[in-house]
Design a protein around this ligand. Structure first.
Ligand code: RTP
Ligand code: MG
Length: 138
């Protein structure tokens, strides 16, 4: 069993996509072991996206991700890290396969509805950043 960190970004929450995305996660068969709606603190956002600190879009990205409530989700399931990334589709919705979240619900790279950890190391780091131990189901 693998755990990963998923997030419904502010554009997804604002557009009322939370139930649709939670439905897809549960229908897939992943277990939701942590779930909360929150506004991300700037320092947390900068740490979360630390790998992109030197990129030209970093400031815009942090402004966007802290600009409204998100839904933070801890997922558990067989192959959940790659599986959730596959359900999201490519970063740029124009390149995302039909049936993926980004293909179905997004048109721009900047506002692409969801996040998913890209490796076991990222998953452990991001889960620790967003959830205290006591907030996750055993
Ligand atoms: P995420 O981390 O949000 O799950 O997305 P990802 O792995 O598919 O993409 P990543 O390369 O990690 O980029 C993180 C987020 O930054 C925004 N971005 N904007 N304007 C741009 O060229 C650009 N490139 C990336 C996107 O919101 C992307 O999801
Ligand atoms: Mg990423």
């Amino acid at each position: 069993m693998e755990r990963t960190f998923a997030m419904i970004k502010p554009d997804g929450v604002r557009r009322g996509l939370t139930p649709e995305i939670l439905k897809r996660i549960q229908h897939k068969g992943y277990r939701i072991v942590g779930l909360k709606q929150m506004v991300i603190a700037r320092e947390t956002a900068e740490a979360h996206y630390g790998e992109h600190r030197e990129r030209p879009f970093f400031g815009e990205l942090v402004d966007f991700i802290t600009g409204g409530p998100v839904v933070a989700i801890a997922l558990e399931g067989n192959g959940a890290i790659a599986g959730w990334r596959a359900m999201m589709g490519a970063t740029n919705p124009a390149n995302a396969a039909p049936g993926t979240i980004r293909a179905d619900f997004a048109t721009t790279t900047g506002e692409n509805v969801t996040h998913g950890s890209d490796s076991p190391e990222s998953a452990a780091r991001e889960l620790g950043l967003f959830f205290a131990d006591g907030e996750l189901l055993a």
